[in-house]
Structures are given as structure tokens and as C-alpha cells.
Design a protein around this ligand. Sequence first.
Ligand code: NI
Length: 181
Amino acid sequence: MSQTRTPNILQVIRKGHPTLSSRAKEIEDPTDPEIREIVEDILATIEVIGPIAGLAAPQLNIPLRLFFFQVAPHRTDDGTVIPLTLAINPSYEVLSEEKTLAWEGCFSLPHVMGEVPRYKHIRYSYQTLEGETVTREAHGFHARVFQHELDHLDGITYVERMTDMSRFGYIEEVKEYMIRL
Ligand code: NI
């Protein structure tokens, strides 16, 4: 990898684009330098986009099984803070059938948000760029972000997970009339 390579800023694709409804491919070798270059491009793009809870490669029209996620201090609901983390070939198992509802948004569906049921307690695994496997348990918002991003790798956006479409709307109106703060 050249030291002088300048990362590319990538375009976020929106719902309706076929990549967002397709299953992304497994990454055979997470240590492949080509994967590192893709990750550098995604990181540079995140710097331009601003603070994120997560961004999955298919949202940048890269049909590979990886995403970034984080739990910022102002988003945590159980004290767990996760710095911006890359997850390659992620998976999870459900540790409790219990689900909770919470509002979600997505860069691939700008201006709107919806209330989505997600498993409350999961154990997830992913690989790093060094090819190591990381496993941990997650609750609440932390578990929700992981499920949202993993869905992107399976061609699913949050609206397909919604069970009550009356709990969907434009961000400004939802915040004014629907979310009780
Ligand atoms: Ni999303």
C-alpha cells in the first residue's frame, strides 16, 4: 500500500438502489491490503459525513460484509461506550427473545425515522483487519446499532423491520409530535 494514497470520499446510496437490497459478500481475507484501502475510504467518508452510530459498506455501494459502528457517550443507555469500530464478517446470536422499540434513522433514508423492534440482548462476533475475532455481549442501544448495521449486509433496511408504519415520519415532525422527551 502506498503511503501517498489519498482516500476516496464515497457517495452514500439511498433506499431503492439494488445494492441496499442485496446480500453482501463474505470477506475471505480481512488482512488483504485491498480491504484496508476500502476501509480507509470508508473512514475518510465518515469524517466528511460527521458523527455516526453506524455505516455499512453496502451504503457506499461496496457489497462486502463489513461496517463501522460506535456507541458515543451521549447515546449509551447502559454505560457502555464503544469507540468507532470496524466489524468484518459480523454475526450475532440472540440471548433473549425479548425485543424493545426505539426510533432509528439511516443515512440511506435521509430525513425520515421510524420505531423499530430489536433484540435487547445479543452476543456478537466480528473479525478485525488483523484477522482476529472479537466476541462480546451487547444490550440496548449497543445491540440495536449492531443489528441495524448487520441487516444492511443482508439487504435489509430498518423499514422492513418495522411492525407499525404509523410510527414512521419525517425527523422534524417525529421529534415535535411523536417522541416524548
Ligand atoms: Ni442504516
